[in-house]
Design a protein around this ligand. Structure first.
Ligand code: ADP
Ligand code: MG
Length: 243
């Protein structure tokens, strides 16, 4: 079943078209990875899905339902169905770990604190931080902070998780703990659209890889095709440079 469906999507920044005729499907429980040079429009695509930049043309469908980005109710609904984690984790520095994870479900969704806290503790245990509930962000490593950010996104019980270069700001020795967390989510069947430069990881976890360049989808295929036998010259060029 198609969970996230992007059809002929176009988005502009002012007079500059940054995404053109983007087509992409993510099945339920599938992991699709977006790769491509810097500036190719990967982050912009995630921003459009979240309603942070309204599309000029085309459609985004979630579970078969077309999102009307001019409709505030639709945009609000999408923010609770789709969660995002960015490269910069932006935790609240003045709140402990538990509070960072519970604040949105309690304040935005109005859910009972005790119930949300129980769920948050489970989530934090799941990302390996069950013993850090009372720590503050500046007492944690970058990898730990990024895992708090992932737990915070999951606390909203999203159907779909978008991850934008979540390991790019981390020291190399901290990358794996975050990738392990993502691997676990994959095993549990979370639908994910991932932007990542960790090509070995992309190759391992993705059911499909989408190569973008200059605002277009150049090639889509299983990791084996994209990395071992790319069909398009631009994909060959990119893969040749990074591997
Ligand atoms: P990627 O994530 O693949 O590196 P981006 O989606 O960030 O690429 O950027 C795609 C294009 O959009 C680039 O040409 C970039 O300069 C431009 N761009 C990104 N953000 C903005 C913005 N806020 N205003 C204007 N142009 C932007
Ligand atoms: Mg980006």
């Amino acid at each position: 079943m198609r969970h996230l469906d992007i059809v002929d999507l176009r988005a502009d920044y002012g007079s500059h078209t940054v995404l053109e005729r983007i087509n992409l499907e993510v099945g339920k429980g599938e992991i699709v990875s977006l790769i491509g040079p810097s500036g190719s429009g990967k982050s912009t695509l995630l921003r459009v899905i979240l309603g942070l930049l309204p599309p000029i043309a085309g459609e985004v469908r979630i579970g078969g339902q077309t999102i009307d980005y001019r409709n505030k109710r639709d945009v609000k609904a999408i923010r609770s169905r789709v969660a995002v984690v960015f490269q910069q984790y932006n935790l609240f520095q003045n709140m402990d770990v538990l509070r960072n994870v519970t604040i949105a479900p309690v304040k935005v969704k109005g859910r009972p604190r005790a119930e949300v806290e129980e769920e948050a503790k489970l989530l934090l245990t799941r990302v390996g931080l069950g013993d850090k509930l009372k720590s503050y962000p500046d007492q944690l490593s970058g990898g730990q902070q990024q895992r708090v950010a992932i737990a915070r996104a999951l606390a909203l019980k999203p159907e779909i998780l978008l991850l934008d270069e979540v390991t790019s700001a981390l020291d190399p020795e901290l990358v794996n703990e975050v990738l392990d967390t993502i691997r676990d989510l994959a095993t549990e069947g979370m639908t994910m659209l991932i932007v990542s430069h960790e090509m070995a990881f992309v190759r391992e976890v993705s059911s499909k890889v989408v190569f973008m360049a200059a605002g277009h989808v150049v090639e889509t295929g299983p990791p084996k095709q994209i990395f071992d036998n790319p069909q398009m010259a631009r994909t060959q060029d990119f893969v040749g440079k990074i591997l």
